[in-house]
Design a protein. Structure first.
Length: 339
């Protein structure tokens, strides 16, 4: 049970208490930043559930392969970002990245060569999954994957460095929305997503983007000093906080629009159960960041990103639950002679 407790702590906080033994699984959960995998898993589930509802011949094997491939791609992306930011002189012991959670290399969890080998290994496994899916479902799945890989690598890698030019946030919207959700739908359904699926990508892609914007607000001053022009650096602190709050609110507007236009069923309106959490998060965004962290706060100096992620988890989870009920409940009601 102590090991399970370690893993839960890492998933919950991206850290492991100094008094606890660093087991192998905890080490790699930290290195891959598994604490944020829930966002990728949610996008994958949305794509699979939409396929289950709309596609006549969904393949659960292809869905499972795509789902695992997405999580591995996210792990590779996180390690790639850490590797190139370290090589480029961005990540240091004083930079925010090494303060809120252990940096794989700077914290001594793995060597530079070990990190590079892990990136290579994970990408090789992902490539094998991609080849299998391409054989089973066709070449378009390769386009989804290669576009995601391009953004993953050049998010921080030269010469493009999307994050450095205010393009990181739009890139994340594309990856966690159309590429992940649309790509998973294609893999599971065996056909290109209809317009309703592309539209259904929008709400969750928005709340994933708010997480990144929140993180970049937290790092605004140090990013500005390093010449990293994220969207918050370009827009400023107050405007960025207003934008992020607006995007969180628009998530609910987008969900209502999907239901009104018949793109998804009524059950996704369960997302409104997250409104009390939204109100709490919006209050955080209205106020300046405190000078000192609250007691036992695990990821200081991050602040706004934690609030955005807190909202993301519930809002995204309820969206997934709504899709499950949209898929399961109508056949049950039909079997009971209702509707």
């Amino acid at each position: 049970m102590s090991l399970v407790s370690n893993w839960k702590e890492v998933i919950d906080t991206a850290n492991l208490s100094p008094d606890k033994h660093m087991d192998v699984v905890s080490r790699w959960l930290i290195i891959t930043r598994a604490a944020v995998f829930s966002m990728t898993m949610t996008s994958g589930l949305i794509g699979g559930l939409l396929a289950a509802q709309l596609a006549p011949n969904i393949s659960w094997l292809r869905f499972a392969l795509a789902f695992v491939g997405l999580v591995l791609a996210h792990a590779a992306n996180n390690m790639i970002n850490d590797y190139f930011d370290l090589e480029g002189g961005v990540d240091t012991d004083e930079y925010t990245r090494a303060l809120y959670a252990p940096h794989p290399v700077l914290a001594g969890l793995v060597s530079r060569r070990g990190l590079l080998m892990a990136i290579l290994l994970v990408n090789l496994v992902d490539a094998a999954i991609l080849i299998a899916l391409a054989v089973m479902v066709g070449w378009p799945v390769v386009i989804f994957a290669l576009l995601g890989l391009f953004i993953s690598v050049f998010y921080v890698a030269p010469p493009i460095k999307l994050k450095h030019h205010g393009l990181g946030e739009p890139a994340v919207f594309l990856v966690w929305g159309p590429l992940m959700i649309g790509g998973t739908y294609f893999a599971a359904a065996g056909s290109m997503p209809p317009a309703s699926v592309w539209l259904a990508c929008i709400p969750y892609a928005l709340v994933v983007t708010t997480v990144l914007i929140g993180k970049h607000i937290d790092k605004l001053e140090v990013d500005k000093e390093k010449g990293i022009h994220t969207l918050p650096v370009l827009m400023g602190d107050r405007t960025s906080r207003i934008l992020n709050a607006a995007l969180m609110i628009f998530y609910y507007v987008a969900v209502v629009a999907l239901v009104l236009f018949g793109d998804v069923g009524l059950w996704v309106l369960l997302v409104f159960l997250a409104v009390p959490r939204l109100i709490s998060v919006l209050k955080t965004y209205r106020e300046p960041k405190p000078e000192e962290p609250p007691e036992d706060y695990p990821v200081w100096p991050l602040w706004y990103v934690s609030a955005a992620f807190y909202h993301n988890k519930l809002a995204g989870g309820l969206f997934v639950l709504g899709l499950i009920l949209n898929w399961v409940v109508p056949p049950i009601l039909h079997g009971l002679g209702v509707g």
